[in-house]
Design a protein around this ligand. Structure first.
Ligand SMILES: Nc1nc2c(c(=O)[nH]1)N=C([C@H](O)[C@H](O)COP(=O)(O)OP(=O)(O)OP(=O)(O)O)CN2
Ligand SMILES: [Zn+2]
Length: 121
């Protein structure tokens, strides 16, 4: 199995629900997010060029990130729900799974020390 990954950056604000009132993340705040898409293929599934998928095919994802997430309030941009890193990773996966059938995982970083990954299978 081969895997490739590419990372994308955006800045956004959020408020996390269902936290105790003392929790700092219950207040509106922002992060410089990093999203990593992981795509996979078996050796016999590589393209003639030897790609799992051309990185350039992910330009559409970058455009979507810029239009949908960058400098947005995630509580609104994600259409409701609690915008934790875990939920954001799953939401991105579910939004792009049909467009990118090779997609196997989405990871989200909110800070230089934290990562959440959604990998459904
Ligand atoms: N499992 C999760 N835990 C937390 C999430 C999350 O999405 N999933 N989100 C937050 C906050 O939104 C934010 O990411 C703060 O995280 P934290 O690690 O507390 O960031 P700090 O920079 O304050 O951490 P330091 O340890 O002080 O550097 C919280 N938890
Ligand atoms: Zn946060």
């Amino acid at each position: 199995m081969f895997t490739i990954s590419k990372e994308f950056h955006f800045s956004a604000s959020h408020v996390l629900d269902r936290l105790p009132s003392w929790h700092p993340c219950a207040r509106m705040h922002g992060h410089n997010y990093i999203v990593v898409l992981e795509l996979s293929a078996a050796p016999e599934g590589l393209t003639e060029a030897g790609f799992v998928r051309d990185y350039r095919d992910l330009d559409a994802f970058k455009k979507w990130v810029d239009a949908t997430l960058d400098h947005r309030h995630l509580n609104d941009a994600m259409g409701g729900g609690n915008p934790s890193a875990e939920h954001l990773a799953r939401w991105i996966f579910d939004t792009w799974a049909d467009e990118l059938p090779e997609l196997t995982a989405v990871s989200v970083s909110e800070t230089p020390k934290t990562w959440a990954t959604y990998r459904p299978r």
